[in-house]
Design a protein around this ligand. Sequence first.
Ligand code: MN
Ligand code: MN
Length: 474
Amino acid sequence: MKKAKELMDKLSYSRKSFWKEASEQERKAALDFSEGYKTFLDAAKTERETINFYEKQLAERGYANIDADAKGKKIYRLSRGKNAAIAIIGKRPISEGVNLIVSHVDAPRVDLKQNPLIEDGSTNLGIMKTHYYGGIKKYQWMSTPIAIHGVFVKRNGEVVEVSIGEDPTDPVFVMPDILPHLARKVQSPKKIGEAIAADNMKLIFNSMPYLAEEGEDVKNAVKLNALYLLNEKYGVTEADFLSAELQLVPAGKARDCGIDRSFVLAYGQDDRICAYTSAEALYAIEEKDFDKTAIVYMADKEEIGSESNTGAKSNFIIDFIADLLKQNNENNDSNTLRKTLIKSQILSADVNAGINPNYPSIHEKENAVHMGFGVAIAKFTGSGGKGGSNDANAEFNAKIFNIFDEENIFWQIGALGKVDEGGGGTIAKFMAEYGAEVIDCGPGILGMHSLYELASKADIYSAYRAYKAFFLKG
Ligand code: MN
Ligand code: MN
């Protein structure tokens, strides 16, 4: 008879702690990796800023725009300043299938309304009306410093970029909550999801009036002063708000978290964490030898259902692959393109929910994501009886796990929560419609969709290593 411990090690499965089991070199690499990540997060607080970040970086790294009749192996395409596809051509024909990693670069936020500015009748303050985007808990956004990011697009097409509230010398903004003393009737008895109405989320913009000439009677002088200051700084008028995209995000930078600095705390890590780690994985294979064309796809609008011409339901990525076929002198008729997609493999790189020590009951420990135990792989997402989900095939699961094991990558399986606890979807199911093999793969997060999401540096680094291994061996 064998010893029970030996037998247990041989026959049973348990996830491994990165911080406990990784080599000292790896632990250091994980901490170092997050330095660049934090810099990226600070530069990329909206989808537009993310794509701007990559536009600059791709040019510096010698990637060529496919729409400029590009030659070579390193190719990209951007679309409408909100999504990107970046490829390195492999040794095998593209028509044998590509290895693609898709993430999304939009994040839950609060947008300004199209006609936002009023002088509030009851307070004589200049305020901006808002309309939230994606799944937020509204109460989190009250009484916290807010920055405004986005663009005005003037009638002549001129784009005026706006970012107020990030530089330490900038002012910030706020949507003030009410004091507990007077919340007893209008707020405290309500359910948490109803305590703050969308209409309560008005942003304080200014309070000084435009000072009129003596004898001149100016109505709405506070609003006028807001417009005056905006015109001075950006050259815009109130009508330019009608063609603007202005987004409110939490002001401030990504920070280390924990006395051991093992976490990153920052806004918008869902899902820029996967955009960054997949792009870094692609850069890391530039000089390597690999078979299948590797593609990083950064989509927009995931938080509102992947709709629109910049979301994953659009034809953007299909058109890009068709154009890659053509650029490499392969057939790109519809049949070849469809066969290419069917032979392709896709990691739907999105975040998962880590077990939260404040609410362990919503998770099921054996199947949930543990922070610091590596990148998480979700066979399916959805809700209820796996409704609305891609359900990755066991054969593809095994193939991916094998690659990760061979490369000593810290990974774990991860279901979003207990069965029937709730649910959510990712881009995976839209990608699966092309016939490709698709599986969800990304780091766990605590406080997902909150102002400050928490990620483990172990998991960020493990995601990067997993994506790199997928490109090289998938
Ligand atoms: Mn996401
Ligand atoms: Mn999300």
